[in-house]
Write a protein that binds this ligand. Structure first.
Ligand SMILES: [Zn+2]
Length: 175
């Protein structure tokens, strides 16, 4: 497990010129869009990345993983899921650069000199999330029992329209 936090932002071109390395972790909370796809924003992302110039193109290579919680599709409780991705990105700034990018590299469109690292990691990790997640062993969620329980609760509640009528009556000003 990596003990050093990853930087919040990076300058890909500068880092690639320096043959920089990015090794560390980032709390899942910082990857807002990835966390939105999970049950909670507790968890962390780790990355081990290297940047370098290939001809005049900044590239990023390495791997990242995330430990997140998704909803188990069998019991509907949170299930721990580990996602791992290999990353091979080419930073591009123009359409020509995009067109020239080898197929082995995924494009990352660089609009600013400095970018949030979370944005880059999210782009990779969200695509790697499983469409459905399950515990290795768990009991199916008791749908029928739940519906009966909800129906029983609904019977006890006052009719919402009746409550509304009552409110309206209270709000009505005397003539
Ligand atoms: Zn389950």
């Amino acid at each position: 497990m990596f003990e050093h936090p990853l930087p919040l932002t990076i300058k890909p071109v500068k880092l690639a010129r320096q043959e920089g390395k990015l090794t560390g972790f980032m709390p899942l909370k910082q990857l807002v869009n990835l966390a939105a796809d999970c049950v909670s924003d507790e968890g962390r992302v780790e990355a081990d990345l290297e940047l370098r110039m290939e001809r005049s193109r900044p590239e990023l290579h390495g791997s990242a993983n995330a430990a997140v919680k998704l909803v188990c599709q069998r019991c509907l409780e949170p299930v721990d899921v580990k996602v791992e991705v290999n990353i091979a990105l080419g930073f591009v700034q123009t359409e020509t650069q995009m067109a020239e990018l080898p197929e082995s590299l995924e494009p990352f469109v660089l609009e600013e000199e400095e970018i949030p690292l979370a944005e880059l990691l999210e782009q990779e990790l969200i695509l790697a999330l499983p469409i459905v997640a399950y515990h290795d062993a768990c009991e199916p969620y008791p749908y029928e029992g739940k519906e009966e329980a909800e129906a029983a609760v609904a019977d006890e509640k006052p009719n919402p329209f009746a409550v509304l009528e009552q409110l309206k009556g209270n709000l009505k000003k005397p003539d």
